[in-house]
Design a protein around this ligand. Sequence first.
Ligand code: CMC
Length: 429
Amino acid sequence: MSDKAILEINGEKHEFPIMKGTENEVAIDIKTLRGTTKGVITLDSGYKNTGSCKSAITFLDGEKGILRYRGYTIEELAEKADFLEVAYLLIFGDLPNKEELDKFHSDIKKHSVVDDDVKKIIDAFPKSAHPMGVLSSLTSALTAFNPESVNVDSEEDMYNAIVRLMGKLPILVAWSMRKKKGLPLHYGDSSLGYVENLLKMMFKQPNEEVYEQNPILVDALDKLLILHADHEQNCSTSTVRITGSSHAGLFVSIAAGISALWGPLHGGANQAVLEMLEAIKEDGGDTKKYMAKAKDKSDPFRLMGFGHRVYKNFDPRAKIIKVAADEVLGDLGVEDPILDIAKGLEKEALEDQYFVDRKLYPNVDFYSGIIYRAMGIPTEMFTVMFALGRLPGWIAQWREMRLNKEPIGRPRQLYIGENERSFKSIEKR
Ligand code: CMC
């Protein structure tokens, strides 16, 4: 392949360098386009063809169904690593040795408290508040309690902000659920592992002396968090990078990412999937009816948990989660008719020409809610769990953007509004 691309506009040729990634991905570098063409820009709504950055964190091949964090396959990491190791890998670039992991965990634990006044903010929310709204607000509010995390100019400052957030977010996650359930809020137990501590903070009942850890739940949650930990330049991650590109601090950049994740086309899909499966069950389990609705262009209904902007073969995370859902429900002795509806729907969709033609496969959110539900996590908390899993990915991407000294993100537009016109006084309008 040539190392340059040529664009002809009005008979004039403009050359642009072609760049190659380590996996032979190809990009045309158009940074000189506007200058040399005197104002021409590219237009690509939804960024279907536009790379926003160079990144060394996650590689994804949607055609082959490949997902790797820092070179390691998602299959191997989900089987062999734990969430904190994966977090370290994503953020710092390599798997930690024992000493590095212990230090990372111990630094996180030092910051696994929040100012007790945060409880007052939680108290001000109505019980009906969606926990994603609560989590985003509280993450932003952390900035007020930790002003030193705002201006980060050195790697050391960044590290301090990172371990603070890794320590504090699980508390906010647990509290956003406990508030909804009317349970007292309490801090974790620093003698526990990261995931065990989270489970205890979420589920310990006020009238029980000791919270008994269930290793099936610990393993399942660990795996789910790893599977969600990063996914290159998706909607929420791009939001984190673009927010941070103005040199906004880490906490508010992540709060922006949490808001972006909330939507049902992104992380909110896991809640939407469960609600859809419930609705199908309530409606007598007629999956064919819902398949027809999903294909009907006059009906806004979409088969939630199906389709992906990048995966056009299968989502490797969905494959792992489907097996995990069977195992976890089996191990916990839970029989959930929703799982059968999900499997039936998947089978029908995979054989249906509409879905085959559009390369629509189950994505990560299709089965994750079934596991969360079996673990006793309320439906409205599913996206919150996704957010906690995605935290190391967002942090890694924010850190990379800052260390690469990327310029402020500021897209252009094609203006299609009115030309200049004169102001009309109110009587003449
Ligand atoms: N059900 C029915 N039709 C669909 C679906 C679906 N779930 N997804 C895409 N299509 C159709 C769409 O109508 C379009 O058809 P046509 O070409 O006839 O107009 C075609 O497939 C291409 O869809 P698109 O909306 O242009 O594709 P996109 O890349 O812009 O959107 C998506 C990707 C994930 C937003 C979309 O597939 C979707 O809305 N899926 C359901 C929501 C969901 O499960 N989201 C979670 C994504 S994975 C986790 C995450 O990102 O957080």
